[in-house]
Design a protein around this ligand. Structure first.
Ligand SMILES: [Zn+2]
Ligand SMILES: [Zn+2]
Ligand SMILES: [Zn+2]
Ligand SMILES: [Zn+2]
Length: 210
């Protein structure tokens, strides 16, 4: 991947852009067709293709060459903002000196060298950094987060219990209705039985005695 075009100060010749990522060439190479690419961009392109991404002419890793010297010179003279500009670094330097600056940039993030801390912090703030205080804050944050989660779970469980209760009371009333119907049916059966017996008695009485 190339350098983001937006980081550059002043005009950038289109010839210094990568034909793959369209950003400014990083570790440039060129094909026999004279198209230029970042080495990482063209090597990942050539994993799946055998042609130049710009004009589709045959291209393979073995035919890639260093960029023309005059273009390399143009490239190294481009003025670029430090990668830590968003964090406050105002340095603008030539592409040639960029790595040297960024290695010692005060706004770069470095990890705290104290064992067990590993906190990422701007090297500028390193002197004011207090591992223990930092860790305490982190622990507090984690604790707060956990409490939130627990509360969330609790209210979720409460809702589930309420829902189950609702379902249960529906079932109970269904059950009551069924039982009521059953009782009625049994009562009717018993009544029918009595009626039947009475009818049989009546029949017996009506039979002429022999
Ligand atoms: Zn590129
Ligand atoms: Zn080409
Ligand atoms: Zn910087
Ligand atoms: Zn620390």
């Amino acid at each position: 991947m190339g350098y983001d075009l937006e980081r550059f100060v002043g005009y950038v010749n289109e010839g210094l852009l990568c034909c793959v990522c369209r950003d400014v060439l990083e570790r440039p190479l060129q094909g026999p067709c004279e198209h230029a690419f970042c080495s990482s961009c063209i090597s990942s392109w050539l994993v799946y293709h055998r042609s130049c991404p710009e004009d589709r002419l045959p291209l393979e890793v073995g035919s890639l060459k260093p960029l023309y010297r005059y273009m390399r010179n143009d490239l190294t003279r481009l003025q670029i903002r430090c990668v830590n500009a968003a964090r406050g670094c105002e340095v603008v330097c030539s592409l040639e000196n960029l790595n040297a600056h960024e290695d010692e940039c005060e706004f770069a993030f470095v990890s705290c060298s104290n064992t067990g801390c590993g906190h990422m912090l701007p090297s500028l703030d390193r002197s004011q950094h207090n591992c223990v205080a930092e860790l305490r804050v982190e622990v507090e944050m984690l604790r707060a987060e956990m409490m939130c989660k627990v509360e969330e779970k609790e209210s979720q469980l409460k809702n589930e219990v309420e829902e189950l209760k609702g379902q249960l009371s529906c079932l109970m009333s269904d059950m009551r209705a069924l039982l009521g119907a059953e009782r009625l049916r049994r009562q009717e059966l018993a009544e029918a039985e009595v009626e039947k017996r009475e009818l049989l008695e009546l029949l017996k009485e009506m039979q002429p005695s022999r």
